[in-house]
Structure formats: structure tokens, C-alpha cells
Design a protein around this ligand. Sequence first.
Ligand code: ADP
Ligand code: MG
Length: 619
Amino acid sequence: MSAEKREFQAEVAKLLDIVVHSLYSNKEIFLRELISNASDACDKLRYAAVTQPELAEGDGAWRITLIPDKAAGTLTVTDNGIGMNRDDLIANLGTIAKSGTAEFMSRLTGDSKADMTLIGQFGVGFYSAFMVASDVTVTTRKAGEDQGWCWTSEGKGEFTVTEAEAARGAAITLTLRDGESEFLDPHRLRAIVKRYSDHIAIPVVLKDGDKEETLNSASALWTRSKSDITPEQYKEFYHHVAHAFDDPWLTIHYKAEGAIEYTGLLYVPGSKPLDIFHPDRKQHVKLYVKRVFISDESEELLPPYLRFLRGVVDSQDLPLNISREMLQHNPVLAKIKAGLVKRVLAELKKKAEDAEGDYATFWDTFGAVLKEGIYEDFERKADILELCRFRTTAGESLASLAEVAGRLKEGQDEIYYVTGDDVAALKKSPQLEGFLAKGIEVLLLTDPIDEFWVPAVGEYAGKRLRSVTEGDVDLAKVAGGDAAAQPEPEPQDGGIDTLVAALKLSLGERVKDVRASARLTSSPVCLVADSGQMSMHLEKLLKAHRQLDQDSARVLEVNPKHPLIKGLAAKVASSGREAIDDMAWLLLDQARIVEGEPPADPADFARRLAAVMEKGLGG
Ligand code: ADP
Ligand code: MG
């Protein structure tokens, strides 16, 4: 059969171009990537062979071999794992299937230094071979199939796939570029394997002529005792198991003994994985049974709100021949899950208490994910709430609910919050003015998830959680604050009532109601939700996701103390309602704009604004 030439997916071609043309400071990591893939391939076949022993073809002595060939200038990495057939080759080595790829690509700038940092987080895996190789050949046969295949490429936009003789597993041969011959040197290879791949659970053998030498410890890292593992080794294992390239923020390694026995080696990553908000909310910790890899997507192992965790869990109690289907509703696994959740939350609590600043970085990275647990894990709700941190109007640092509850003003029996897109904009919300004037602390909630857990929880330590944008919040009962800045009772001249009635008539259906406000101090108007109405921020989120296509009418509050409002009241009294009709609409649009909404009708808005400005000039 003739060779079949194909083009790389556009994303791969772009990635390869960056990989090859950027000066990567530690090119040696290509070997870690190839060994990591070889180890994954052996894990996959070992698991498949539990139920289909014939797949192993009598060879279950898993190993990875490095073969430097000085004469040919090539380095070959072989394994006797699962291998690939033609379709696998095209899918796995011609495209990037990783979720988050599109977002990753869109963040590449073309500036090689910035891009390299990004790639460092994303990882280039197999393609890193092209950092040192002018061409790469993969000769492979998939377990259980007769036909072997050869994939070859110079990493320049195309690759070729041909039928070939091949042993089960894969052999990756790199023709090293000029100047890269160090990767043929046994000393160098020994040092690289020791540094990056010592934790690999199967032997990595160097074949130098007739001599064979195992370079790694070849025992699963998590089975070793903590005192025998260096921080570097923990980190390298994290890179392997998580397919990640950052430093872990937290490493948790423990052995559960008693009714259920398992070992957990779990990591909290230092940076946000690109797919953390992917709708499938998959967890990523790998499940092993007596050191045999079973699954890296068992949903029964950890709840979605801990999906930022990476690592392995190795059970002594599950049967080795357990199928992935049997994992569902398995009572042993349910107990392991409960134990893991408890342990992880306890470790996070320790960090929150002992290392506040460090915990803040975790919170900024994964807080929005953890908060999902507040309403998804009824049993752990209280524990998770204690782990939550918030920005508030009281200062720059993060606060816990306990701290906020401890700082309530005299007479304050509710904890107030406001939801929106970002802290800076929220701090300027007109609805907050009365609270700020009285020195009442308000939680500034900016994660979409906040719209869901807050109503679900309802209260903390007996204090109701209340949005400042609710229409009937009563600030009069709370003591304190700068008297001058506080909202005054409305003037008793009755002018405001006439104005409110006039505004209602002008705006009609477009507002739910018009009211004189007690919460405004410096803004003339704001919008609030009537009690029982959906919050304005939630409505905005739903509209953005096309879950909702029209907005509901809101309550327009006017500030009786504001000169503009006083002036309008006087105008209505002297000249009648029609005299302020344009201004009524402008007030409503102004309140919308402050909320980050467009004017209800931009053309009308522009026309009225021009008319009012013209009058201003004339007067
Ligand atoms: P990742 O390991 O993160 O999935 P890589 O770029 O390192 O990404 O590898 C891409 C895919 O190619 C792997 O997921 C695997 O399916 C396949 N692959 C790579 N090397 C091997 C190998 N030695 N044996 C079998 N499959 C392999
Ligand atoms: Mg890989």
C-alpha cells in the first residue's frame, strides 16, 4: 500500500511551529513526555488485559526501553503497551483532542516568550519531540490487531501513515537535529530519567549495545513512604499524572487504614486548568486497584466540586477485574469517596487557618468551583461554607462569613450582599450608597455560581442573607454611620409624591413601581428588584446564555434629597407632568446604564438626550 499523506489539524500545525521555532530552555523534557505516554500505554493494556487476557499476547512484562544509536543519530523509545492502529494515529498524533484547546489557541499571542509560558501550562506532550528531532517515526501495532503501522513526520504541517511490520506497542524514533547529540549519551539519559521519570511504576531500561540497565526505581510513587519521597519527586509525579506543567499548590499523600484501605496521592494545582468550567464537570483523579490502573474518569470517586484535584487513589478492597460500569453505585467506592472528601476539606481548612495569604491564592483560583459544593453536597454544606472567602466593602482582604457575621452593626440582623460581574463596578453600585453611609459591610459576589448557592443557603448563623438590590431592605433599624451622609426622611412638602406619580404615568409598563428611596445618598436614581423578583444580575446572566429573552420591569427608586430630583419635583408642580416626560425616560435609562444594561431604546435615548441638552443650552 502506498503512503497516505495527511495534513495536521490547523491547531497542531500552529503549535508545532511555535515549539520548533521557540528557544525552549529545557528541551530535555521531551523524554519525560515520551516516557509518560509509554507508561500510560502500558497502564491501558494492563487494564484491558484484566478482562481480555489474550490482548497481552503472553507478554505482560511491562517495560519501556531507550535505545540510542550513535551511528544513525537516532534515539528510540519503545514500549509494549496498547499501541495504536491507523485511526488512532490520525486522531492522537494529528489532532489535539484536549478540551480547552480552542481557548488555549486563542490566547497565543505570537510573542514567543509569552506563548512559551502558556505552552508550559498547556503542555505539548508528544509534539515536544520536534524540539530536538528533525523527523519522528512511530512504528506501532495495537494490542489484539495484526496490522502494524508507521507514522512519520518532519513536524511541518504534514504526516504520513503507511502499513508496516511492528511489534505490539509503540516505538518512537527521533532523528536528532544537529547539536542535540547529547541525547545519545548514556550519562545524560540516566540523569534525565532519574530527574523526571523516576516515579514511573514500570522499568525504564537503557539499551546501550548489549548492555541493559534499569534507570528508574520502577515502584509506584504513592506506594513509597512519605519520608522517602523528595518534593521534586512529588512535583514530577504531579506533572505526569496531571499532564500538567505548573507547580502543585498542595500535595496530600496518605494511607487510609481500617474498614476500607486505600492510598491517596492528591494534588491541588497551582493554576487553573483550561477546562475547569467545561460543562461536563469531569473529575480527573485516577483510580487504581492494587496498583493496576482502572479509570481516569470515574465519576464515583470524587464530586464535581472537587474536580480541580489531580492525582491517584489506589484501593486494596475493590476487585481487580472491576469493569468501569461496575464502579457505579459501588459501596466500597462510595466509602472511599466520603473519606477523600472529608480529608481534602480538612486539609483545605488547615491551610485556611494556618496560611491565610496562601489560602487566598487557592481561593482566587478554585473558590468558584468549591462553592458548587454548598448546594450540591448537603452533608458537607456547613464545612464548605466555612472554607469560603469573600471580597467585601470593608477592605481589600478576603473575609470569611464568620468574620463578617462578627462585624454586624448594632440592630443589623441580616448579612447583605450584592451580585455583579466585577468588584470594582459593584463597589460603585448606587444601591450600596446607603449601606456605605452607615458603615454596613456588604459582600461583593462576582461568581455566577453565587446567584445559586446564596438563595439555596438563605442564612448564616441565624442571619438572613439579603441582596441590597431587594426593594424592601430596611436600613432605618441599623444604628451608626456618619449622620450627615445618611439618607434623610423624605421632605414632607408632598412634592416628591407628585413627582413619583408623574414618573409612574410617564414610564407606565416599563417600571414595576416608582418609589422614594432611603438607600441612595449621592445618585439620583437606581433600579431594584421587587421582593420575590429574580435578581437583576441573575437575569443578566440568563440573558447572556439565552435562557431568557426579555427583562422584567424593575422598581425605580428616586433620591428625594438629590438636587435633580428636587428640581424635577418643582418642575412638575409648576408646569405639569408633560414638562418632564423626556427626563423621566432619561432617568430610567441612566439607572439601566449604571447596572451595565443598554438604554431600553438607544435611538429614543439619543433623541431625548439631545433635546434636553439643547434646552439646557438655550436656558
Ligand atoms: P496526552 O498524553 O496528554 O494525551 P500526548 O500529546 O502526549 O498527550 O499524546 C497524545 C496521545 O497519543 C495520547 O493520549 C495517546 O492516545 C497517544 N499516544 C502517544 N504515545 C503513545 C504510545 N507510546 N502508545 C500508545 N499511544 C500513544
Ligand atoms: Mg502525554
